[in-house]
Design a protein around this ligand. Structure first.
Ligand code: PCA
Length: 213
């Protein structure tokens, strides 16, 4: 099967974004998975149009969007995207959004159509920390996840799609040693494990996950 993987351009004053550093180092093939990649601009105006162009170009059966969530300890497949743009910083084009619907009158939320529990299990089996996240935030990552799931839903597309946030790279936190990070090789291995889980699990696992609060 063909899977499109995307990473975001650096944002918020960082010089690199681990999501793109991982994406651009993925192999072209992983067993019978053919990997296609695209870099997504960190702007409201261009993120979704760039992704739609990559969908047209590569015609994948599944889409794994990656992004940075600074401060997280684990690789985190996202469960849900919500219909709101709101961030305390502007995007890379200087556009700031507060309380804007991504799709006016669209559904409040979309669930990931990727097997998030199987992805978590696959990443952990590599010895790399992973857990399900129940919020992709309200900045560009949530925007892109909501946007692509809406795009696919209105077309009744069979393409499965979802998002996974990754932590900082060690090099990004040398001056902020209380911040968690994961090595690039681990992020790459974890992403490959997630891709194998996506390719092998049409239905998600019924493992015990989920918060008690
Ligand atoms: N992380 C941001 C936007 C781009 C990225 O990599 C986010 O979580 O929304």
């Amino acid at each position: 099967m063909r899977i499109l993987v995307t990473g975001f351009a650096p944002f918020g004053g960082e010089t690199l974004n681990p999501s793109w550093e991982v994406t651009r180092r993925l192999p072209e093939r992983l067993g019978d998975i053919h990997i296609r990649t695209a870099e997504i601009p960190t702007t409201y105006a261009l993120a979704l149009p760039t992704l739609k162009a990559a969908l047209r170009r590569h015609r994948p059966q599944a889409v794994l969007l990656l992004g940075l969530a600074g401060g997280r300890f684990a690789m985190t497949p996202e469960r849900v995207a919500i219909n709101i743009d709101e961030a305390r910083i502007a995007d890379n084009a200087g556009e700031q959004r507060i309380g804007c619907a991504i799709v006016p009158h669209g559904p409040a939320a979309y669930f990931s159509t990727l097997p998030i529990r199987a992805m978590v299990a696959g990443i952990r089996a590599q010895g790399i920390p992973a857990e399900i996240s129940n919020s992709a935030g309200t900045f560009l990552c949530n925007h892109l996840m909501y946007g692509v799931l809406h795009h696919l839903a209105v077309r009744r597309s069979a393409v499965r799609a979802g998002f996974m946030h990754v932590p900082y790279l060690p090099a990004q936190v040398v001056a902020a040693s209380s911040q968690p990070s994961l090595a690039l090789d681990d992020l790459i291995a974890g992403t490959c494990a997630a891709l194998v889980a996506i390719a092998t699990h049409r239905e998600d696992l019924a493992t015990t996950e989920g918060a008690l609060h």
